[in-house]
Design a protein around this ligand. Structure first.
Ligand code: PEP
Ligand code: MG
Length: 585
C-alpha cells in the first residue's frame, strides 16, 4: 500500500482489527459553569443530592454492563468511580462550601474536583494522569446531572466513533449499539478507554491530535488498529486494498483455527514448546484461543501497573489463580516484579542510569516484604502444580541463593498457616544480563529452567539503550555476539539438563525463528497474536536444515551476513507457507 497518501493519518494502534464504516462525530457538550450567587441554599443542596444519586445510577448501569462485557477485574474502573461519589470528605466539603459561599453547586463541584485532578496531574505519572481523566468524567457527569441534562448520543449502529477523548464509560456504552471502531484525538495505549476497547475487540486508533477537525460526520473511514492508521474517504484503490486485507484476515483466522490443535513440531519431528508472553491480563483468552502450550512469561509488573499500587497478597492470589485455572492443564511461568529501568518504580528515586540501577531482583531483595508478599501469592496459586516461578535481572549466583532462602521462608510460613501449594514449584531465571550468560554453567546447577531475555541481553551486551531512538540502529538482534551468546547459554543449559526458552522480542521475529530452533531451544515464548504464525513456521522447516543455517551464522563476523543468511532462507523456504499472514501484515 502506498503509505504517503494525504488521506492517511497516523495515530497510536490501541486495539487491533480493521474496520471500514461511516464516521460519527461524538462531541461532548462542554457544560458552562456559572459562578452566580444563589438564593436558596436548601434547593441547591437538594439538586446536588439528586445529581449525585442520578450519577450513581448511571455508573451502576455502566458497571453492570462492564461486568458482562469485560469481566469483574476490568469493570473495577467503574467501581472506583462510584466510590468517589460516596467519598464523605469530598461530598461534605462541597456541601459546606455551598452553604458558606452561596454559589451554584456546579461551580463548587467543578472547583473541588478540579483540585483533586490538579494534584494528580502534578504527580507526572501516567497512572495518575489516567485517574485524573476518570475523575474528569465523574465531574462532568455530576455537573450534567445538576443541570438535569441527559447523556445524549444520536448514535446508530455500525459507525466508527470519532471524538476528542473517550471515557471508559462511553467506550462500554457505545459498544451496546455495535460500534465498529474508535478514533480519538487524545489518549495513549494504556489509557483506560484503550484497554476497554481491546477487551471488547473493537479496533481503535488513539492520539491522532486533530481527528475531529479532519473527519466529518458520515465520512467513510478505515480504522487500521494494527498499524495505528486512519484513512479518510479512501480511494477505490485503498478500499479494495482494505477489503482484501479484511478478507485475508478472515481467511487467516480460519487457518489459525485449524492450526490451533496441531503441535509445534518441525517436519523432521523436533517438538518445540510454544508459549506466549502475557503482558496484560485480558490477553489470556487469546493465548488459549491461539493454542499456545502455556505461558512462558507473565510480566507481573504490568498487572501491578494496572492498579498502580502493590496489590495485597489476596488480590495477587486471585489474579494468579485465574491465570492458573485458565491455562490449565498447561503451565504458566510467573515472573516476579521487574520494575525499575523503563518501568516505573513505586518510590521516588532519581537514578542517572535506571537500566543499570535499582531494577528487578535488586529491588525485590531490598524490599523483602514486598518480595515475600508476591512469592507467597504465587505459591498459594500453585496448588494445581502448573505454576513456575521466574526471577528477573539476575546477575549473580548470590541473588538466586538469597531468593531461594526467602522462597523457603515463605513455604514454611504457608505450611504453618495450613495453605496448599506446590512444594516442588520449579524455579527459573531470566538470562538477560551478560554476567548470567557467562556463568550459565553455574546457574544451571541452581535452577530448573532458563528464559533468555533478549530485549535486555542485547542492550547490555552491546551497550545500546533499548529505548533510545538515536542508537536504535545499533540495537541488533542478529549481531554475531548476540547469536553466539545465545548459542553458549543453550549449550551450557543443555549440558546440565536445564530447560531453555526465550521470551524476548527476538522470538517474535519470524525471520529469527529458524535460527532459534536450530540453536536448540526447547521453547519459544512469543506475543499471543504471533502464536499461530510461529507454529506455522516451525511446522514447515526441518531441524536438520536449521542446524545448517546456524552453523553458517556462527561462522560469520557481521550482523549483515547473518541477516542475509536468514532472509535468504526465509524467502526461499518459509515465506511460501505463510501466504495469508504476509498479505495481512
Ligand atoms: C527481556 O528482557 O527480553 C524480557 C523478556 O523482559 P522485559 O522485556 O520485560 O524486560
Ligand atoms: Mg528484561
Amino acid at each position: 500500500m502506498s503509505g504517503n497518501r494525504s488521506n492517511i493519518f497516523k495515530g497510536i494502534a490501541a486495539a487491533p482489527g480493521i474496520t471500514v464504516a461511516k464516521a460519527y462525530l461524538f462531541k461532548k457538550e462542554k457544560e458552562t459553569i456559572s459562578s452566580a450567587d444563589i438564593e436558596n441554599v436548601e434547593e441547591a443542596l437538594n439538586t446536588l443530592d439528586e445529581a449525585l444519586e442520578k450519577s450513581k445510577k448511571e455508573l451502576n448501569k455502566v458497571f453492570g454492563l462492564a461486568i458482562d462485557k469485560l469481566g469483574e477485574k476490568r469493570a473495577a474502573i467503574f467501581e472506583a468511580q462510584i466510590m468517589i461519589l460516596d467519598d464523605p470528605v469530598l461530598i461534605s466539603t462541597i456541601k459546606k462550601r455551598i452553604k458558606e459561599e452561596k454559589k451554584a453547586p456546579e461551580y463548587i463541584v467543578n472547583d473541588e474536583i478540579s483540585k483533586y485532578q490538579a494534584m494528580m496531574d502534578q504527580l507526572n505519572e501516567p497512572y495518575m494522569k489516567e485517574r485524573s481523566h476518570d475523575i474528569e468524567d465523574i465531574k462532568n457527569r455530576i455537573i450534567r446531572n445538576i443541570k438535569k441534562k441527559k447523556w445524549q448520543s444520536r448514535i446508530t449502529s455500525d459507525v466508527i466513533v470519532v471524538t476528542d477523548n473517550l471515557t471508559p464509560a462511553d467506550t462500554v456504552l457505545f459498544s451496546r449499539v455495535n460500534v465498529k471502531g474508535y478514533v480519538t484525538n487524545f489518549g495513549g495505549l494504556t489509557s483506560h478507554a484503550a484497554i476497554v476497547a481491546r477487551s471488547l475487540h473493537i479496533p481503535a486508533v488513539v492520539g491522532l491530535h486533530d481527528a475531529t477537525a479532519k473527519i466529518s460526520d458520515d465520512d467513510l473511514i478505515v480504522v487500521d488498529g494494527y498499524r495505528g492508521e486512519v484513512i479518510i474517504n479512501p480511494t477505490e484503490e485503498q478500499l479494495k486494498f482494505y477489503k482484501e486485507r479484511i478478507r485475508s484476515l478472515n481467511l487467516y483466522d480460519k487457518e489459525l483455527a485449524e492450526l490451533r490443535n496441531l503441535p509445534a513440531e518441525t517436519l523432521d519431528g523436533r517438538k518445540i514448546t510454544l508459549l506466549a508472553n502475557l503482558d496484560i491480563s485480558e490477553e489470556i483468552d487469546l493465548i488459549v484461543r491461539n493454542g499456545a502450550s502455556g505461558i512462558g512469561l507473565v510480566r507481573t509488573e504490568q498487572l501491578f501497573e494496572e492498579l498502580d499500587q502493590f496489590p495485597t497478597e489476596e488480590e495477587q492470589v486471585k489474579w494468579y489463580n485465574q491465570i492458573s485455572e485458565k491455562i490449565y492443564p498447561n503451565f504458566a511461568i510467573i515472573r516476579t516484579l521487574d520494575i525499575g529501568g523503563d518501568k516505573i518504580l513505586p518510590v521516588d528515586v532519581k537514578e542517572a542510569n535506571p537500566f543499570l540501577g535499582w531494577r528487578g531482583i535488586r529491588f525485590l531483595l531490598d524490599n523483602k516484604q514486598l518480595f515475600k508478599t508476591q512469592l507467597r501469592a504465587i505459591l498459594r496459586a500453585s496448588s494445581h502444580k502448573n505454576i513456575k516461578l521466574m526471577l528477573p535481572m539476575i546477575a549473580s549466583i548470590a541473588e538466586v541463593r538469597q531468593s531461594k532462602e526467602i522462597l523457603e521462608e515463605c513455604k514454611a510460613e504457608l505450611r504453618n498457616e495450613g495453605y496448599q501449594f506446590d512444594n516442588n514449584i520449579e524455579l527459573g531465571i531470566m538470562i538477560e544480563i551478560p554476567s548470567a550468560a557467562v556463568l550459565a554453567h553455574e546457574f544451571a546447577k541452581e535452577v530448573s529452567f532458563f528464559s533468555i531475555g533478549t530485549n535486555d541481553l542485547i542492550q547490555y551486551l552491546l551497550a545500546v539503550d533499548r529505548g533510545n531512538e538515536i542508537v536504535s540502529g545499533l540495537y541488533q538482534e542478529f549481531h554475531p555476539s548476540v547469536v553466539r551468546t545465545i548459542d553458549f547459554i543453550i549449550k551450557e543449559g543443555k549440558q546440565n539438563n536445564v530447560f531453555v526458552s526465550i521470551c524476548g522480542e527476538m522470538a517474535s521475529d519470524p525471520i529469527a525463528i529458524p535460527l532459534l530452533i536450530g540453536l536448540g531451544l526447547d521453547s519459544l515464548s512469543v506475543s499471543p497474536a504471533l502464536i499461530p504464525v510461529t507454529k506455522q513456521i516451525i511446522r514447515n522447516i526441518t531441524y536438520q536444515e536449521t542446524r545448517r543455517i546456524v552453523q553458517k551464522c556462527l561462522e560469520v563476523a557481521t550482523e549483515q551476513e547473518i541477516k542475509q543468511i536468514l532472509s535468504d532462507y526465509f524467502d526461499k523456504e518459509v515465506k511460501k507457507h505463510l501466504k495469508s499472514f504476509f498479505v495481512t501484515n
